[in-house]
Design a protein around this ligand. Sequence first.
Ligand code: ITT
Length: 204
Amino acid sequence: MIPRTLILATRNQGKVRELREPLARFGFDVQSLPEDFPEIEENGSTFEENAVIKARAVAEKLGVAAAADDSGLEVDALGGAPGVYSARYSEDWPAVEGESKDQRNNRKLLAELEGVAFEKRTARFRCCMALVEPSQEDIVVSGAWEGHIGFDLAGENGFGYDPLFIDPELKLTGAQLSREAKMARSHRGKALARLLAEVERRNI
Ligand code: ITT
């Protein structure tokens, strides 16, 4: 297969680290979103809508194939929050100096779940991926990863809520897994496998 250009329509370097290598191995010439690409307004109400909005914005403006990932964490004890607002969850919380956005999100999540027992801390990551190519029908797929929210942060790998998200079978957080081990279990790994199967099926 001749490598075809595919732009990863994301500014999230955690997603780029997980997606770049398997897409390149599949045969895509994977490129990053140009630095000067304008901010894309994610005004959809579902992961699916936002993934398509992001991929379409890039594919239409640059005239090449673009893949986007819209993802987030649903916590049952919080009625499914933060959901599509996962990246912006703690924007309404006072920042602590030197703290990253991910650290603040995790601090808020722990505070909101204070007093909630382990059995009630069920949660899942969801990921929707869209591949938009100007001349083809859109591909839209998704994947989920069921688990629990822990009481303490553990692990150094991954990004976002990974240090708090415990895989029930491995009994490790997402941040304690290698990139490959996380992709074998995760919402993103499942969505990507479905996306690549669909690309192959359509022979594009
Ligand atoms: P782009 O829109 O540029 O792709 P973003 O970070 O704003 O980047 P989303 O709107 O899809 O992307 O928000 C996803 C958030 O959900 C992300 O910032 C994390 O907080 C969380 N998240 C998604 N997948 C995750 C994962 O594998 N591990 C930990 N947290 C994850």
